[in-house]
Design a protein around this ligand. Sequence first.
Ligand code: A5P
Length: 221
Amino acid sequence: MNKEKQKEEIGKYAAQLIKDEEVIGLGTGSTVKYLANALGKRIEEGEKFYAVPTSYQSTQLCINNKINIVTLHEFTPEKAFDGADEVDPSKNLIKGRGGALTQEKIIGYSAKDFFVLIDNSKFVKQLGSKFPVPLEVLPLAQTSVIKRISEIGNPILREAKAKDGPVISDNGNFIIDLWMKIDNPKKREVELNNIPGVIENGIFTRKCKTISIVDDVIDVK
Ligand code: A5P
């Protein structure tokens, strides 16, 4: 099964875990898009869903599929669903390829159950093997943060593709991609957030359930 088909099957499977009228956390990316579209079909047939979105892209998915948008002020979702860039054997994650890591972490860490939807390309032995760790950073702190993290890895300010200059996150900040192998994800997650000016980093270590496909069959762990 190719990667896109895996994402579709995983997204559709995850949608089946959501009950009519349920409030969920809705992640960001190309995999959760399939989940949102599957909910959209059920909404056309008369069901209702509520979501706390994790980005503007996630908000658009809600709008396009007529999923009611709610906030963490009103609801704490029992279940949050999101994709990931890398997953290690202990189910620690790197997230934030799409720059949505801060809101994704706030919502993913609030929910009782955090479901991570991953195609097979996402499995790695060690975090940092294929993707950098993104840091959301206050623009005024870019130089001091880069100086600090240059001691542990190779930081690159993320450049926009359809705009001149840096990527501006949904929260108005810069994203610095830190290329490094992660030996101790829990420790690194805390350490990076201790640097003044770092708002959040893309290492996720909370307990989660992964949904993937093994030998063409859905696998939930
Ligand atoms: C968004 O910032 C990211 O954390 C995504 O959730 C992550 O990159 C997974 O995206 P895909 O499902 O598109 O691979």
